[in-house]
Design a protein around this ligand. Sequence first.
Ligand code: FES
Length: 147
Amino acid sequence: MYSEKVMDHFNNPRNVGEIENASGVGTVGNAKCGDIMRMYLDIDDNGIIQDCKFKTFGCGAAVATSSMATELVKGKTVQEALQVTNKAVMEALDGLPPIKVHCSLLAEEAIHAALWDYAEKHNIKIEGLEKPVNDISEKEEEEEEDY
Ligand code: FES
């Protein structure tokens, strides 16, 4: 049911932990399943993400997607990190079962929340970044209503 890459990132998640004095920290959850993810970013003066760590209290797909997301944003600029969408994370993992797609949204939102925190702390505006939500299940409902 899961790709080899998903299993690999679930069994050996990369970049688990915290960053002390992180440039930005974002925490998001999904009230429907109760899963929570926290993402830490270390961003240098040139706006390059030097390090990224995460902690996930959640399902296997949430662990695998956050692990892959941290790998994808490392070394990127803030703007490039915005392109690390849940679709990009899923592609990098060779896909997720449809019922687990929502778990990858947690990773995308956690990155956005950490970037938002960074922008607020530095008094800057990141073009294209919307204010993140604490509970992504609210967002899912909005999306569902659009159909
Ligand atoms: Fe909640 Fe996967 S079931 S994030």
